[in-house]
Design a protein around this ligand. Structure first.
Ligand code: AAM
Length: 327
């Protein structure tokens, strides 16, 4: 099994109060670079920080890494618009950081990114792929693309209390800046990303489309950001079957909306509960309180764990947290 991790940035993350994928706005642009180092090496190497939420909850990369230390899988990181250097090996598809979606153009070269990602996905030798993401602000850009395409699915948040009204306001402004409105990009998914999306969406969608065309089994490992990518794929005319695998934390927040969206998009949904509530561990309690919820392919990685090995993953998560200097 290979996990592909497109990692990138959007200036949308800098909007006040929109994301907890970093301790502060100036640290947020390091989050994806650090996440991929944690996945590759077990701890940050070049990145100056371990990504934590403002209340100290560790990045989902720590969970995905814990799974990897128990059941082992291959990882390929794709630079999908990193704003800071990373010490992890990356695939270079020439992707630049995304602009604030309230600018007239958020991802100038969406079509070229999609095409290069498509060629990469189609070329992979694997039978099965899990494709994840790390892009702070990604649930806001997901709402942008969903709205632009007229898909009513909701979006989650790395914050325990989802700032959904603020996100809607930002998306309304973003659509206005592109002379667009809800649903006006129907059938034109790459133009939707160009206007109000982020470079990670273009990369994930391209890799998935290419891989599916080559007959590879694809699981999109993530929550509502992957619902946005699934919508892009369906609007792009991709009709092959694929799945979404996410965490119980996203499902708890989204309720029936998540399953309904997957049903509309004709994709299978797998939800995994890692059983964090059974442990007396500060970071696990924070996840149970709705901090972070998902990211860095966490839900997809957890879906690979046989029931009898989940306890070992939780033990390992405690070890990874200790290594990162987090409770
Ligand atoms: C990725 N790295 C993270 C993290 N994510 N480190 C700490 N917390 C997270 N939640 P939002 O739109 O609220 O910013 O949520 C999306 C981000 O949260 C993505 O980067 C996702 O991978 C996750």
């Amino acid at each position: 099994m290979r996990v592909i991790l497109p990692a990138g940035t959007t200036e949308t993350a800098l909007i006040d109060g929109i994301s907890a994928a970093g301790a502060s706005p100036d640290l947020m642009e390091h989050t994806p670079s650090a996440d991929v180092e944690i996945l590759a090496y077990g701890e940050p190497t070049m990145a100056p920080v371990t990504p934590v939420s403002p209340n100290g909850c560790p990045t989902p990369a720590a969970v995905t890494r814990a799974v990897r230390e128990v059941i082992d899988f291959d990882v390929s990181v794709v630079d999908a618009g990193l704003a800071q250097p990373t010490g992890a090996p990356t695939v270079d598809l020439g992707v630049e950081p995304g602009a604030d979606i309230r600018d007239p153009v958020a991802v100038p070269d969406t079509r070229a990114i999609f095409d290069r990602a498509h060629a990469y996905g189609a070329s992979l030798p694997d039978d099965e792929l899990l494709i994840g993401e790390t892009v702070p602000g990604g649930t806001t850009t997901a709402l942008g693309v969903l709205t632009a395409l007229g898909e009513p699915a909701g979006v989650s948040s790395s914050l325990p209390k989802n700032p959904i009204e603020r996100k809607r306001q930002v998306v309304d402004e973003a659509l206005a800046a592109s002379d667009a409105s809800a649903g006006s990009f129907d059938g034109r998914p790459l133009e939707a990303i160009r206007a109000v999306g982020d470079p990670v969406q273009a990369t994930v969608a391209g890799i998935a489309a290419g891989a599916l065309e080559s007959g590879i089994d694809v699981t999109l490992a993530g929550g509502t950001q992957m619902v946005a990518v699934a919508t892009v794929l369906r609007h792009a005319g991709v009709d092959a079957p694929f799945s979404i695998a996410t965490t119980s934390f996203v499902e708890r927040e989204q309720g029936d909306q998540l399953g309904e969206a997957c049903y509309r998009l004709n994709c299978q949904l797998t939800v995994t509960d890692p059983g964090f509530d059974a442990r007396d561990h500060v970071s696990m309690k924070r996840y149970c309180a709705g901090v972070a919820k998902e990211g860095v392919a966490m839900g997809g990685a957890l879906s690979l764990v046989p029931d009898e090995r989940m306890e070992s993953v939780l033990d390992r998560f405690e070890t990874v947290c200790g290594r990162l200097g987090i409770e």
